[in-house]
Design a binder for this molecule. Structure first.
Ligand code: SF4
Ligand code: SF4
Length: 442
């Protein structure tokens, strides 16, 4: 694609990067067929190619974002399905990140939208604050249908997604010793939401790692990965969170890997090197952090895991989180590990399409998110699985809100099959005959 940035514009490294990305696009349109928002409504402006044109025009003219551009960029899930499809290697992620930051700097959103975004940005990345918010949401949860009836769709979506049970407490900084001789040492990103909503994910991660001789460090000072505010265009806040993590992980010596069990965070952490590339103090350390970052399934695929006979051969519908399959190109490892451990893994048809979770998307764009969830749950339920597994708490929450099937993190099944305990959501659910046939023991 031909671009027309001036030399003065190209002196800005972000514009120079955008120019490089735009020039790679040959506007073939292959990406439209795999874009969830285009698949739903067939609007070219809600396709990757359409959005690329809108961004190009906005940046070239150095214009403030308009309401129309903002609407179409807001509808993008950042699922990155378009990047997997694109034959020209267009780095859409960096382009849309830049566009979101430009929108944040130049467009004044309606008051309600602004307030909601500030609230999400100031609460969700901070576990203690978010815990209080979740406790308040429990009181309001029964009123979700009332909120929806009054047209308060985003409030209704927030209440529906919040859990009925009280949120747990976040894990403190500490070291989990390996069982037996130490064979490795990793840092774990505890995440902002995991411990509050599903502490079993971190427990399973720590359990399976320490049982296999890996020391797990939760360092002081590590917090939210920054992706939540990054995807809202709040670049200054995102970079502050990124730098704090780079400092925290760089201070821990002898790490073999930084383990992430929320794939949305993993995609961002693997991009820290790019995000801080122009910062002379942080660039090298950020690149090192990105190089060390590994999704838990990626790391476990390299360990000698053996089934211990305590998990039955359940049929698992494996939902590939977009951030894992498109953002990190981790496709086979989770399925191979589950299969090796005795589970019967089924791919979900149209698995390249997002479930509608996408960070805060299911709150900010509740209608599209609901339609994507219904489509996803329909394809999953047709497989008649015993359990749904995914590598991202956002997907788990989103899918679980639309089905009665138990939905767990992949690492919970891996932990169970290698000598850990049955995932609580499965234990409570007691799935069909397979569990009883196999006489499953916890
Ligand atoms: S597939 Fe790639 S090159 Fe083709 S229109 Fe989409 S982004 Fe551009
Ligand atoms: S990131 Fe996803 S929603 Fe956004 S343009 Fe690409 S395929 Fe479409």
């Amino acid at each position: 694609m031909q671009t027309n940035f001036t030399l003065a514009q190209l002196a800005d490294p972000d514009i120079a990067e955008a120019d490089k990305i735009l020039r790679a696009c040959v506007h073939c349109g292959f990406c439209t067929a795999t874009c969830p928002t285009y698949v739903l409504d067939g609007n070219e402006l809600d396709s990757p190619r359409g959005r690329i044109y809108l961004i190009k025009d906005m940046l070239e003219q150095d214009r403030p974002a308009t309401a129309e551009v903002t609407r179409h960029i807001d509808r993008c899930l950042s699922c990155l399905s378009c990047m997997t499809t694109c034959p020209s290697g267009v780095h859409y992620m960096h382009l849309v990140d830049h566009a979101r930051s430009h929108i944040k700097d130049t467009y004044r959103r309606p008051l309600g939208d602004r307030l909601l975004r500030v609230m999400l940005a100031k609460l969700m990345p901070y576990p203690r604050r978010f815990r209080l918010a979740l406790q308040a949401a429990r009181i309001g949860k029964p009123f979700a249908p009332v909120a929806a009836a009054f047209g308060l769709k985003r409030l209704a979506a927030m209440l529906r997604l919040s859990p009925w049970q009280a949120p747990c407490r976040p894990l403190a900084a500490q070291v989990f010793a390996p069982q037996g001789a130490r064979k490795g040492r990793v840092a774990l990103l505890a995440g902002c939401v995991n411990d509050l909503l599903m502490p079993e994910i971190n427990a399973a991660t720590i359990g399976v790692l320490t049982r296999h001789g890996i020391e797990v460090v939760l360092p002081h000072g590590a917090g939210c990965c920054g992706s939540l505010v990054h995807h809202m265009g709040r670049e200054a806040e995102a970079l502050e969170q990124v730098r704090a993590n780079v400092d925290a992980w760089s201070a821990v010596g002898g790490l073999d890997a930084i383990i992430i069990n929320t794939s949305g965070c993993g995609t961002t952490i693997k991009d820290y090197g790019f995000m801080l590339r122009t910062n002379p103090v942080y660039a090298a350390r950020a690149a090192r952090v990105s190089a060390l970052a590994k999704d838990i399934s990626e790391y476990l695929a390299g360990l000698p895991l053996r089934p211990q006979g305590n998990a039955p051969p359940l049929v698992v519908a494996y939902h590939a989180a977009c951030s894992l399959q498109h953002g990190q190109r981790i496709i086979r490892q989770p399925k191979e590990v589950l299969t090796k451990l005795g589970f019967v893994v089924k791919d979900v048809p149209d698995g390249h399409l997002c479930c509608g979770s996408a960070g805060t998307y299911n709150i900010l764009q509740p209608d599209i998110a609901r339609r994507l969830r219904e489509r996803k749950v329909g394809t999953i339920e047709r497989l008649r699985p015993d359990v749904i597994a995914a590598g991202n708490i956002g997907c788990i929450t989103q899918i679980a809100a639309g089905t009665d099937l138990p939905t767990v993190h992949t690492v919970e099944l891996i932990d169970w099959a290698t000598g850990g305990t049955c995932p609580p959501r499965l234990r409570d659910h007691r799935p069909r005959a397979a569990m009883h046939r196999a006489g499953a023991a916890d």
